[in-house]
Design a protein around this ligand. Structure first.
Ligand code: SAH
Length: 340
């Protein structure tokens, strides 16, 4: 049904206003207001004192956060937590606090240059920050740790579905290329007690994976290797898994990474990508949104199945299967292309 004029206007207003909400929530998250309100309501002056903020400015922002339902405003400038701000408590099992802070920082600033990207095709993140996303993260350890956790939080729902969807029989060793904090590898090793794994990522990232592996009791079956996948990847494994790696890169770089995997693997080996695959027009918003996210941040793209098949072919591989998981990810399996 067509929206009424009023509905159309308010839908547009909400989108135009979106930039404000990102910053409102980020201020509350950064200052840890929800944590401070965990034991009961406090006045805005008490909150300003506890967070070293300007009392007048903080009150005015809290009043808006209350309008949005993030806090409740009580008489005499007292504020209380609500079910929404409960999710901003650091200790909440599904805490969004760090995500709210992170997304309002370097990513938000990069989105400010979206018009530049549309005009020129140049990467917004590089335009704003003067370096690529991954160079920036290598230079900013605190934000890099937040990024790694942000990636892991994106993956929490997807990991069990990926482990379930793929048949690992016949596979003895798996390399998770760009394996980040190691959650996917750890889930695979727990599900398959005979498998051995290698987590490969940049040196400053793989250090964090050791903790995950030890906590999950699989450290004895997994090594971590630091390196650069444009130089090469660990050799001799049966399966090279790349989850949300290829979408970070334009075709030329993507083919380089895949070629290194093709060269490194056992003759019977395979590559499996876990990616969102772009479907027919209007077939869901995940692909198109992530695609622009990749354009703005790392300077990559989401692809259709046919586009993945072309990348594989350029790397000496052939697409053998596309397995749809119940979530947003698809598993794209490729094996060495027969010699011409
Ligand atoms: N597979 C993980 C992480 C994806 S984010 C997940 O799905 O959650 C992309 C990963 O690629 C990051 O962990 C980043 O450190 C890694 N990466 C980026 N450039 C790299 C390079 N040149 N060599 C190795 N890893 C790299």
């Amino acid at each position: 049904m067509e929206p009424s004029d009023e509905e159309a206007e308010s839908a547009l207003d909400r989108m135009i206003d979106g930039y404000k909400d990102t910053q409102f929530v980020a201020v509350a998250a950064r200052l840890g207001i929800a944590d401070l309100l965990g034991d009961g309501p406090l006045t805005s002056d008490e909150l300003a004192d506890a967070t070293g903020s300007d009392p007048d400015a903080l009150y005015r922002v809290l009043r808006v956060l209350a309008v949005r339902g993030i806090f409740a405003e009580l008489p005499e400038r007292r504020f209380a937590i609500t079910p929404i701000s409960d999710l901003l408590r650091t200790q909440h099992p599904a805490s969004q606090r760090e995500i709210a802070v992170f997304d309002a920082g370097p990513w938000y600033r990069a989105y400010g240059a979206l018009a530049h990207t549309v005009a020129t095709g140049e990467n917004a993140f590089r335009h704003v920050h003067g370096m690529s996303l991954f160079e920036y993260l290598a230079d900013h350890p605190d934000e890099a740790r937040m990024f790694d956790r942000r990636m892991t939080s994106f993956s929490t729902a997807e990991i069990p579905q990926i482990v379930e969807a793929y048949d690992f029989s016949g596979v003895r060793t798996v390399v998770d290329v760009g394996g980040g904090e190691g959650r996917l590898m750890s889930a695979i090793l727990r599900a398959h007690p005979a498998l051995r794994g290698v987590i490969f990522d940049q040196p400053h990232v793989v250090g964090g994976a050791g903790n995950t592996l030890r906590q999950d009791g699989v450290a004895d079956r997994c090594t971590t290797v630091g390196g650069d996948f444009f130089e090469g990847v660990p050799e001799g494994a049966d399966l090279y898994l790349l989850k949300w790696i290829i979408h970070d890169w334009e075709d030329e770089d993507a083919v380089k990474i895949l070629s290194h995997c093709a060269r490194a693997m056992n003759p019977e080996g395979r590559v499996v990508l876990a990616e969102v695959v772009i479907g027919a027009p209007n077939s869901g918003d995940d692909g198109p949104l992530l695609d622009v996210h990749m354009m703005v941040l790392p300077g990559g793209r989401e692809r259709t199945e046919a586009e993945f098949a072309e990348l594989f072919a350029a790397a000496g591989l052939r697409l053998t299967r596309a397995i749809v998981t119940p979530g947003i990810m698809c598993l794209l399996e490729a094996k060495p292309a027969p010699a011409q």
